[in-house]
Each structure stands twice: as C-alpha cells, then as structure tokens.
Design a protein around this ligand. Structure first.
Ligand code: ZN
Length: 114
C-alpha cells in the first residue's frame, strides 16, 4: 500500500497521488519551495549566527532573537524532508513543520525576554 504524496491517504500501489487535486497542490508547493530556498537558507544562516553570537557573548536577547528568526523561517518555509513526506504525506508533514517553527519562536521569546 502506498500513500498519497499530498494528503497521506492510502492508495493502491504504484500510484503517487489519490487525485489530480492532490498532485496539483503538491507540484505548486514544490515549485514555491524551489523559488524560496535561497531565502530560507539566508534566514537560517542569519538566525544561527545570531544564536551563536548571543551564546558566546552571553546575551539572552540575541539568542532569543536568533531562535525567533529560525522559528519564523521554518514557519514560513516548512521544507520537510522527503522521508517525513513519504511517511505522512506532504500536507501533514508541512503542518508539523509549521508547528515546530511556532514552538521554536515561542522558546526564543521565552529565552530572550523572560
Ligand atoms: Zn491525496
């Protein structure tokens, strides 16, 4: 039994998507990801840099700011791994990615400003 690449519904072996709608959504999302990947990496690099600078310097606000940046980055561009996509379907995997981003942001605010 295979699973639909977008919604994760069980489908018969050999098929990739349960419907044309799911295939279209998946292709649109992948095309958007390809356009956005340089911004994703840029934001990620900036966030990690701020995180390390803050940690070395002992500045909680900078660490929190870095985490906030990384979290919002994941939230905006939940680029999930092919493994999670294959297991859960892209829709669920991206939802999980967004949730992870939100948690990272919350942790960043907590560390930086409380
Ligand atoms: Zn589907």
């Amino acid at each position: 039994m295979d699973r639909c690449g977008w919604c994760g519904k069980k489908i018969s072996r050999g098929q990739r998507f349960c419907s044309d709608d799911c295939r279209e959504r998946c292709e649109r999302t992948l095309a958007r990801d390809r356009r956005c990947i340089k911004w994703f990496l840029l934001l990620l690099a900036a966030g990690v840099l701020a995180l390390f600078a803050g940690a070395l310097d002992g500045q909680d606000a900078l660490v929190g700011g870095g985490m906030l940046l990384i979290g919002s980055d994941i939230l905006l561009f939940p680029l999930v791994t092919p493994e999670t996509t294959a297991l859960l379907g892209m829709r669920t995997a991206r939802w999980l990615g967004r949730a992870l981003g939100a948690v990272t942001m919350a942790a960043g605010v907590w560390i930086g400003w409380f």
